[in-house]
Design a protein around this ligand. Sequence first.
Ligand SMILES: *[C@@H]1O[C@H](CO)[C@@H](O)[C@H](O)[C@H]1NC(C)=O
Ligand SMILES: *[C@@H]1O[C@H](CO)[C@@H](O)[C@H](O)[C@H]1NC(C)=O
Length: 224
Amino acid sequence: MKSVHVPLAFVLFALASSLASAYDPSPLQDFCVAINDPTLGIFVNGKFCKDPNHATPDDFFFTGLNIPRDTNNQVGSNVTLLNVDQIPGLNTIGISLARIDYAPNGGENPPHTHPRASEILFVQEGTLYVGFVTSNPNNTLFSKILYPGDVFVFPIGMIHFQVNIAKTAAVAFAGLSSQNPGVITIANAVFGSTPPINPYALARAFQLDVDVVEDLQARFGTKD
Ligand SMILES: *[C@@H]1O[C@H](CO)[C@@H](O)[C@H](O)[C@H]1NC(C)=O
Ligand SMILES: *[C@@H]1O[C@H](CO)[C@@H](O)[C@H](O)[C@H]1NC(C)=O
């Protein structure tokens, strides 16, 4: 009998682990508010699927990622993200790709986070100071200077950035582990929200004078 129990226990364990999931399937949108009447609802977590008989090669195709983008803006960078909106064939697959152009002398992809994706970045041209910061309480900065051919990883959810420290333009490509990674740019979210966060709340949080906060809100609050 004993010889039966061991494999049975093993089978049960294997079955249990195959059913176990570390967490719910990743949402592909910022939120999904529950309602009781489905007629008032919309489809979530991805898009509807095209009948596979009607799929074409162009559903899996994009051209022009070789073209340098205009970096003449406040931060001196330009992100071209190819997610499921640009390449419909990415639906349900869980990947996307970005090209990032950086202006010379400090062009920056400012501190931001992807709520739904980790990122692996490849430097094609230029010299980038990059980093991400771990969660509380350590807030450890993991940073590197990257040169052409270098690759760096930004784990999901971590605040991260890239700065071009060379005198010439830089370009990098990044793979992301979601068809819709999402981007939260820290400064824009905190100081540029619509409507604005009460400046006294931000002054306390950032240990700044209220007038400094109001100045920051004026710079980032383009929408109100
Ligand atoms: C990025 O580059 C494209 C093409 O060069 C341009 O149309 C777009 O306005 C640029 N975006 C930013 C934020 O500068
Ligand atoms: C974070 O800091 C704590 C306390 O200093 C330390 O025990 C822990 O190992 C650190 N964790 C990581 C992931 O660095």
